[in-house]
Ligand binder design. Structure first.
Ligand code: CAA
Length: 389
């Protein structure tokens, strides 16, 4: 039962200005390009330059959508990441300062792999539902997905940030309650504190993703009596588009062909951006939402189902209703232009970017000016502190 109209009012997105063509990567790794294009379902992958990190990407995503009124009215900032820059201090505090957000706000960081931003979004919902004087919560998911050069996971890397402004009477998507969630201690993907690349049991992780989808979808149906025919589109966490496609096929296996075709058509539109950006971990589901909003023309009041999955593992299935102005309200970021102005890197250049490291011994280090189109950059590091501009 939905108590009050609370949900996503604006969506911002940022991805770095450099990318790798996966056909070139396939050639360099002596793999058939169709394995990456069809078998994995990815075309390109964002590459993070040294002057960007999860903080600057988050600020670059949020600055595009926030008005002066929003900055003054936000009273909670939740930063979700699994590639954070500090074991103690929340990324939300840097973003709050860089953007000039109201200091009378709660600002904190959450982590549960790719599920983190969904936990943040539901927390934002609860915050607004519980505090009638609160108006706006900023939720950000920002990550860089790193597995390592010439690893099995290399083709599923990427980088980017999504910012969600959560309000009452939102213009994009009203969140519905209840949702269905499931958690279990699973070792399918993890990154120990001493490693800057992730460890994954690749095939096992895909099995867990699909198992969790099965559980939360059936729980959701039990709670709500919903049928697949109630949904105009189904969205998935997209580490790579083929896995979302497997999720869609699993859910629609017993549907009539017309429903399967309609949902596949929306899924294709909802993964256009993911195919070109790669895995942005926790923001991936919401990048898929943005791709749907900007490339589809579903009627207002359509219901969208969302499956969030974070390895480790937590899964959640929830839904939302597209609002009358969603098509206008979701155009604040020009993703096509952002992708079009990126610079393609040769495989050797990508490897050099990947292997660059910031000092960890407290020495002073200046980061060169690299990102031409970004409003926020990492300028340097001194006495173990990152300096942003
Ligand atoms: N033409 C077309 N398809 C081809 C092909 C060709 N020439 N060659 C192979 N394929 C197909 C295979 O048949 C296979 O398809 P199916 O999955 O339908 O069977 C697909 O390409 C992949 O091939 P492999 O299974 O051989 O792939 P791989 O061993 O290289 O591993 C991977 C793929 C497991 C995704 C690996 O990239 C990986 O470990 N990635 C990181 C982990 C990950 O992303 N897990 C996702 C679930 S966890 C999660 O969701 C959280 C998160 O964000 C990390």
């Amino acid at each position: 039962m939905t108590i009050e109209k609370i949900g996503i009012d604006k969506i911002g997105f940022y991805t770095p200005e450099f990318y790798l063509d996966l056909a070139e990567l396939a050639e360099a790794r002596a793999v058939d390009p169709n394995k990456f294009k069809i078998g994995i379902g990815q075309d390109e992958q964002a590459v993070l330059p040294l002057d960007q990190d999860v903080i600057t990407m988050a600020a670059n995503a949020a600055v595009q959508i926030l008005s002066a009124e929003d900055l003054a009215e936000i009273d909670e900032v939740i930063f979700a990441t699994e590639s954070g820059i500090d074991q103690s201090k929340a990324g939300a505090l840097y973003v709050q300062r860089l953007l000039g957000i109201n200091p009378r706000a709660r600002a904190f960081e959450v982590k549960e792999a790719c599920y983190g931003i969904t936990a943040a979004l539901q927390t934002a919902y609860d915050h607004l539902a519980a505090h009638s004087d609160s108006q706006k919560v900023l939720v950000i998911g920002s990550d860089v997905a790193r597995y390592g050069v010439a690893t099995a996971g290399e083709v599923t890397q990427g980088a980017g940030a999504v910012a969600l402004l959560v309000t009452r009477h939102p213009r994009v998507l009203v969140l519905e309650q209840p949702s269905a969630y499931f958690s279990e201690d699973v070792m399918d993907f993890w990154r120990p504190n001493y490693s800057d690349t992730a460890f994954a049991k690749g095939k096992y992780s895909t099995e867990q993703y699909l198992r969790f989808l099965d559980i939360v979808w059936h729980d959701y149906q039990t709670k709500t009596a919903a049928q697949l025919s109630d949904f105009a589109a189904l969205l998935f966490h997209i580490p790579y588009t083929k896995l979302g496609l497997k999720g869609l096929r699993q859910l629609t296996a017993n549907s009539v062909t017309a429903d399967q075709t309609a949902l596949l058509e929306q899924f294709t539109k909802a993964t256009l951006y993911n195919r070109r950006v790669g895995n942005i971990y926790t923001g991936s589901l919401y990048l898929s939402l943005l791709s749907l909003l900007q490339n589809s023309s579903l009627p207002a009041n359509s219901r969208v189902g969302l499956f969030s999955y974070g390895s480790g593992a937590v899964g959640e299935f929830f839904s939302g209703i597209l609002q009358p102005d969603y098509q206008v309200a979701s155009q604040l970021v020009d993703v096509q232009a952002m992708l079009a102005q990126r610079q393609r890197l040769a495989v050797t250049e990508y490897e050099a970017f990947f292997n660059q490291k910031l000092p960890t011994d407290g020495s002073k280090f200046s980061v060169p000016f690299i990102s031409q189109h970004a409003q926020f950059r990492l300028r340097g590091i001194n006495e173990h502190q990152r300096i942003y501009e």
